[in-house]
Design a protein around this ligand. Structure first.
Ligand SMILES: [Zn+2]
Length: 801
């Protein structure tokens, strides 16, 4: 049997093969087409299936091993309630941690210190870190394990980061009951992580143990399920990664995530350590619905499998690094990725460019051989290169239009007020739609252009991408280099088969095998990014387009099977998924609406209810129509100045925050004011606001510099400068402001406590199902203002105002 085309076929030709019974030929074509689709689908499914980890070990398992069962008992205590910095919940968790460490005879201490957030420079607080040390046999430097015990105000924080806390506690127990490692192992349970990594910063700045740390292992999960990924390392990670890969029982890591995470403003306790030059790694579960920082991050939604994986990793690495010389862990950066469970590829960054060159060489050989066999034409290539790029443009355009329409239609139902999408399934719909558009576009192109020209053009774009990524983001280069190499080999094999490859099972087999590395690596990377980084659809469409480019020859075969059925099926499935998500997902107990109420007493003593959300079934009972609602801008810690709906509230006696002027001195044209800021009612946050225009403001709290004048909020209430202090001690904190001397200055203190006054809480109904406290939860705020009188700037040095 001869293939119909040894030269370029006319458009749409090749329906009939020469020889053979038409029914048998047609059946064979359909079978082959079905096989191609099945193989690609199977590769995608396998590569996004999470790696299997050990089931949770029961409470009564070996004493020197990690048991998620035992850790869960501790987690019930730790994650019983929210524990934001300064709260009673935080105090109870701290006591529980210290008691457990005491029982292990690890002599824990609580480090109490002030710290300022690096990120904002306007957030500070008094942190209480719990620190303990397991002495080693013959220490070099110490292994430091870190987890944060605070949570956001509205979450019990079982995953973020109760899981990390009990991972450390159970690891400490297992280490203490097994053979001692050579190095000391320090366990650090930080406070105030959620408010700007305050605990980690305080430890690094003030705790003497910080100086002897040789490696830091941070455990903090933004997600609730899935295996625990090593998502961040310090620079110069070659030795760290190799130790991790050999030491951890199920290593799960990707240098792509390292490249992504170090470019994102991810807040984790790991960052201050990296900034201080301490080598280390960060671990956490990233998968799971968008539960992080909501009330759904609770014991009920917690996954014990993730905990076992996290614990197995922590214990194995504590032992691995515990027996290593930690004086110098710095090595060349490496590229690393999982191929299958238990097989992690690691190689030095120095090999990135040689490997790209190798892939490019294989591609070049395939192109040269194809050209010599007259499978390519210059005209065909010069059309195919821009045409394949156009496919991407069309796909981006179509998905953007569909996406825009979809958001307009379903915004109310599927997005919460904070812009958080309440179902992730829509992303699957988008991937299917993008695939439909791209496959349809290739189907049209295959009518006009030869598969050989198109396949080479598609790989040309892979080559461009591989070179660009290798130069700019070397850790992500594996994602393009190996698929390019694989697909080029597949192409070369197909070229050697000649035009026969376009019809035969052998042609399909070699090109599919060549495409397999790309399908696998792209699918798993896209899935990882979708789950962790909230991937933009541009990147999703780009990934689908790249994968389709590896499959031009098999797509040509599918097309012969039966024309447009594949794009139609993909589009249909995409629409079904999108419509199903849009019309079934709505705010309910599974997908709550976030709504909060605040009780505020201003300086005149007048009390008001306020919400930054809407008037709904729940806030309506506070903000009743007959009490004359109005709108008003108001200041909140963490949220800044927000527009609120305000209504009258019953009077409760609450002591106002105190601002005491300790010193007010003008030297030259600079005025220095020292204040003591205090919350007599013991609120968890106290904020200071400057309401007047002052020149060149600099500020410090307890001697720590705060961010000054340059980022001001100018809005309805003209707050010119502000800062929040969390967990202020009863005696208060000392704030020093320096600014240009001149007119009078209006200062305002606002203190904030979690929850509404207990005297009032009983008079109102709790939230109905489907509603949860959002952001900083419910709260009580009391305000006081202080006017600093005008002063005259001294004549010398001259005033420049
Ligand atoms: Zn966290």
């Amino acid at each position: 049997m001869r293939p119909c085309a040894t030269t370029r076929p006319a458009a749409g030709s090749c329906k009939q093969w020469h020889g053979g019974y038409p029914e048998i030929v047609a059946a064979k074509k359909h079978l082959l087409a079905g096989l191609v689709v099945a193989v690609v689908a199977a590769l995608v499914v396998v590569s996004i299936t999470p790696l299997s980890v050990s089931p949770p070990a029961p409470e009564r398992s070996a004493a020197d091993g990690f048991s998620a069962g035992r850790a869960l008992l501790l987690l019930r205590e730790i994650a019983a309630a929210p524990r934001p910095i300064g709260s009673d919940g935080a105090a109870r968790a701290r006591d529980a941690i210290a008691a457990q460490l005491d029982a292990l005879h690890l002599a824990p201490h609580v480090q109490t210190a002030s710290a300022v957030s690096a990120q904002s420079g306007r957030v500070a607080g008094t942190v209480r870190n719990v620190v303990a040390r397991l002495p080693g046999r013959d220490p070099s430097r110490a292994v430091l394990l870190v987890a944060h015990y605070d949570s956001v105000p509205v979450a019990a924080g079982a995953a973020d980061d109760g899981g990390g806390v009990v991972t450390l506690l159970e690891t400490a127990r297992a280490l203490a009951s097994g053979p001692r490692p050579r190095n000391d192992v320090i366990f650090l349970f930080t406070d105030g992580e959620e408010r700007g990594l305050l605990g980690a910063r305080a430890f690094l700045r003030e705790d003497p143990w910080a100086y002897g740390v040789g490696v830091v292992l941070n455990f903090d999960s933004p997600g609730s399920s899935s295996p625990v990924l090593m998502y961040e390392t310090s620079p110069g990670n070659g030795l760290l990664v190799r130790e991790f890969v050999t030491g951890a029982p199920h290593p799960y890591a990707s240098s792509l995530m390292y490249e992504v995470s170090r470019r994102l403003p991810i807040e984790s306790d790991f960052r201050p350590f990296v900034a201080a030059g301490v080598p280390g790694m960060s671990f956490g579960a990233l998968d799971g619905p968008a539960y992080d920082h909501t009330a759904y991050d609770s014991l009920e939604s917690f996954h014990a499998d993730s905990l076992q994986h996290e614990g197995d990793t922590a214990l194995a690495l504590a032992r691995q690094f515990g027996d290593l010389d930690l004086w110098d862990l710095h090595r060349e950066d490496v590229v690393y990725f999982d191929v299958v469970d238990g097989l992690t590829v690691v190689y030095g960054k120095g090999l990135v460019l040689p490997f790209v060159a190798l892939a490019a060489a294989v591609f070049a050989v395939a192109v040269v051989v194809a050209a010599r066999r007259r499978l390519l034409s210059l005209r065909g290539l010069s059309l195919a290169v821009p045409a394949t790029a156009t496919v991407l443009g069309v796909a981006l355009l179509v998905t953007a239009v569909v996406w825009g329409m979809y958001r307009t239609a379903y915004e109310e139902r599927t997005w919460s007020e904070t812009g958080v999408v309440i179902s992730d399934f829509y992303r699957l719909g988008l991937v299917l739609l993008a695939a439909a558009v791209i496959v349809a576009a290739y189907e049209l192109l295959l009518r006009r252009l030869r598969p050989w020209d198109l396949a080479v053009a598609a790989l040309f774009w892979w080559l461009v991408g591989a070179v660009a990524v290798a130069v700019t983001v070397p850790g992500a280069s594996y994602l393009l280099t190996w698929p390019l190499a694989g697909a080029s080999l597949g192409l070369l094999a197909a070229v050697l088969l000649g035009d026969r490859a376009l019809h035969s099972a052998a042609g399909v087999a070699v090109t599919l095998a060549g495409a397999a590395p790309g399908v696998v690596l792209m699918s798993s990377a896209t899935y990882l990014l979708l789950m962790s980084a909230g991937l933009k659809q541009v990147v999703t469409v780009l990934a689908v387009w790249l994968v389709a480019g590896l499959l031009v020859i098999p797509l040509g075969v599918v097309r012969r099977g039966s024309r447009l059925w594949l794009p139609v099926a993909l589009a249909g499935a995409g629409f079904v998924v999108l419509m199903a998500v849009g019309s079934t997902v709505a705010f309910d107990t599974e997908h709550p609406r976030f709504t909060s109420i605040y009780y505020r007493v201003d300086e005149s003593g007048a009390a008001r209810w306020q919400t930054v959300d809407r008037i709904d079934d729940w806030t309506g009972q506070f903000l009743r129509e007959d009490l004359r609602r109005q709108f008003q801008d108001a200041y909140f810690p963490q949220m800044g100045v927000r527009s609120t709906i305000v209504g009258a509230a019953p009077q409760v006696r609450l002591a106002a925050p105190a601002i005491e002027v300790l010193r007010d001195m003008t030297v030259g044209d600079r005025r220095t004011v020292r204040l003591r800021l205090r919350s007599p009612r013991g609120a968890q946050v106290v904020s200071l606001l400057v309401h007047s225009v002052v020149g060149g403001l600099t500020a410090s709290v307890d001697g720590l510099p705060l961010q000054g004048w340059d980022t001001t909020i100018l809005d309805g209430t003209t707050v010119r400068w502000w800062f929040d202090y969390y967990a202020p001690p009863p005696a208060g904190v000392v704030v020093t402001l320096r600014f240009a001397a001149g007119p009078a200055v209006m200062l305002r203190a606002v203190d904030f406590s979690y929850g509404i006054p207990p005297q009032l809480a009983g008079q109102y109904d709790g939230r109905p199902p489907g509603m949860l406290p959002g952001r900083i939860g419910d709260g009580t705020l009391v305000e006081r203002t202080l006017r600093l009188p005008a002063v005259k700037a001294a004549a010398s040095p001259p005033t420049t105002r």
